[in-house]
Design a binder for this molecule. Sequence first.
Ligand code: PLP
Length: 398
Amino acid sequence: MLDRIYLDHAATTPVRPEVREAILPFLGDDAFGNPSSSHAFGRSARAAVEHAREQVAAAIGAGPQEVFFTSGGTEADNLAVLGSALARRNDRGGLAGAHLVSTPTEHKAVLAALHEAERQGARVTLLPVDANGAVDLAALDQALGEHHQPTLVSVMWANNEVGTLQPVRSVAARCAKAGVAFHTDAVQAFGKVPVDLREITWAAVSLSAHKVGGPKGVGALVARDPVAHASLIHGGSQQRGLRPGTENVPGIVGFGMAAELAAREQSAKAAAWGAMRDALQRAIVERVPDVVVHGAGGSGQRVPNILNVSAPGTDSESVLMHLDLAGVAAASGSACTTGSVEPSHVLLAMGVAPDLAAAGVRFSFGALSREEQVPRVAETYAAVVAKVRKLRQVLARA
Ligand code: PLP
């Protein structure tokens, strides 16, 4: 893998050495206890879980009693969105009392949970976003003033495809004024921009460990009031019944360490990634005719580690395949279903034309990124775009 360049840190990141070291004892014969057991083995596992809860809470300015560990960001989002609707189930089991307000550019974990809540009778309102992906605050005001008042507003802190930072402070303030619970998916924001919950009014926040050097399959729903979310799985009384099941002790310990490091290093890392991202953007714009940069215009602000570009006359599937062959790992929000490329739902919601939305390529910087990689990535992308454009012209003529 030495000469391969990994620019897909928004998908996942390698486990940090400090995290690996923290986890290892919990995979051995000494620290393997069940945190619910009252004997010494159990108590030491419990202490480790509670220490991690404190680390995660401190990293985002929350209280440890507000951190509920989950199997990752997807479960946290489901618990926030579907869980809040299920908590309002009526006598006949329907969710008609729930009104969930969100945006069309959320992660599928939120969108699919909204869809399921809607299927069970909840009302769902998706607010429009502008060309940068920022939510329309006037539309939010309108939704908050409706007779069937929203029961939850869910707006992601940072978008995973284009990196757009939502105006979370304004959204939170509006929700607070209207007395409506506010959830934010901070999976892509945490570690990239300051996430300090003491600065906003919030009801629930989703986090995931593997985006910040922690292990996969662990995350957290940070919830002010656990009773406002019905649990999605049923079992014992762990984590106050909101998230039953024996805790993933090694994963949680790793998450705690990763969260502490991510918060401590956020500003230095953000500056380094931002410089590399901006250099790559400049180099690509210079080399690739007609290339479009998504989510960077106007007052739109992005996380520092994401660049999303489309080259007209290409499709992301072909570009990513050729980039991979040339040793560059990137990603797209487009999905290849039954042989055709489905344009990214995020880019479409931002008003990007379907052809261009099906050509979006995301480069995301992180722990493995080095300044020296930037020129090679720009050159490789330019060469791949030229090749794909030529191939498509030949195919169109055939
Ligand atoms: N939310 C956002 C914004 C994400 O980017 C992701 C992961 O891609 C998730 C939620 C899901 O997190 P996990 O992979 O931990 O389930």
